[in-house]
Design a protein around this ligand. Sequence first.
Ligand code: GAR
Length: 204
Amino acid sequence: MRKKRVAILISGRGSNMAALVKAARAPDFPAEIVLVLSNRPEAAGLDFARSESIPTALVPSKAYGKDRAAFDAAMQAELERSGAEIVCLAGFMRLLTPEFCEGWAGRMINIHPALLPSFKGLDTHARALEEGVKLHGCTTHFVTPGMDEGPIILQAAVPVLDDDTEASLGARVLAEEHRIYPETLRLLASGRLAIEGRRVKITG
Ligand code: GAR
């Protein structure tokens, strides 16, 4: 089977991107990473991508100010140049225009550090601790125009312990992110995800 061409969008550390890159090293993984694109020049993940000889691109969101359409058009140009067929958001901290999301509908996925639909947005671990939930976790989902709203693909739950801090809870969640994101990409790239309304079914 031909491997699907994947671009990963990052803004920072890039540990989820690294997990995808490592998974894609396996000969039987159905996707190859053809581009790592960052909206921030200082994103540490860019160094990892370069060390792996993966093509990188920088589309500095600062340079576009509030002009989201121009920023998204610049990203789209990079994605088309790379021949990407699937886009993975991996800690990409920038809202995308509805037009961009619709252009990639069914082919763009995200990982969020909470059990959606709880704790959309930022500071998810601190908010989970504050709310006193006993289970927290992470979610992969298709990207739609609404923030953290698209159909859910996979979730992993972790217990919240009495002595947890934001850091200890975040580390427990991150380990699960690094497990479910490559698994999600594997399912999508092998054509095994069927979207039915808000539900995603795993086929095959
Ligand atoms: C990850 O925890 C990811 O789930 C989260 O940012 C972190 C990026 O870390 N994403 C979001 O909050 C998106 N709403 P990483 O750069 O090491 O992958």
